[in-house]
Design a protein around this ligand. Sequence first.
Ligand SMILES: *Cc1c(COP(=O)(O)O)cnc(C)c1O
Length: 334
Amino acid sequence: MPSTAMTDSTDLAISFADVAAAAGRIAGVAHRTPVLTSATADALTGGRLLFKCENFQRTGAFKIRGAYNAIAQFTDAQRAAGVVAYSSGNHAQAIALAARLLGVKATIVMPMDAPAAKLEATRGYGGEVVLYDRYAEPPDAAVARVLDQRGGTYIPPFDHPHVMAGQGTLAKELIEEAGPLDLLVVPTSGGGLLSGCAVAAKTLSPGCRVVGIEPEAGNDAQQSLRSGSIVRIEPPKTIADGAQSRNVGQLTFPVMQRLVDDIDTVSDAQLVDAIRFFASRMKMLVEPTGCLAAAAVLSGTLDVRGLRVGVVVTGGNVDLARFATLVQPVAPAA
Ligand SMILES: *Cc1c(COP(=O)(O)O)cnc(C)c1O
């Protein structure tokens, strides 16, 4: 059973020692984000919910943890050549900021139809954006072209040991601050956050169950865990735009197989309910993907009665017009 699995196995991409080392590197750089509670949420679910709020993290999401941990370990030659990333979302901003803080040049490959606000945010953190036409070439071809022309080290959004270990610092902070947990619930796309957090949780709170939550429309991680091999799906249609990866990683999957107890899914309607709950009850702005874990708990998809539950809130990057559309009580006319 995953709950009793050891985390010191040498065949996994990361160990708890890697997470602890990452925590040392990001100290004073990434915020130790607050752990918030809500009497209303506890009354609604019958559990004791501890929300780890990365919507208050630098760049608005947890990804600065992994990005900084990765670039901080560059050799001098790698620092001189710069970092390259591909993302239309939170990883782009995290790589741009982490690179700037470490004095490294960042080149971010983004689709030319990415929202203007995301391009601006990435440039605002000091990243140089290279646009590509996603209808003309796949992202890996665009990245390969940039690496060929400019050199540099590519840092992927989840399938990299330094990224995974960095993301795991979130669960380490949560458990150190809030104490042992019965259950840790984690939004999941490629599984970088889930695998890192599972390593930290199973070490620091050995009885803790770890459950990942995906959008219903994109349950590839659930299918992969249940079938025992990585399942690849078409890009899912969901409001959770940070959880649209088509498959989990070669490095994240074995960690998930060993240490993650289950993967559950939530609908877009349940995500909207959670966005509303956060805004109206906890006075905070959370992006749709950031609500995956909370939606599973608040909707009753996961039964948390009598349990101490860590609920990871991953990010708050949603523009206000979209937020307003999502939370308005009646669906807008088409
Ligand atoms: C990247 C991201 C996720 C998913 O993280 P993975 O490591 O790919 O599983 C979840 N929520 C937000 C806000 C993200 O930016």
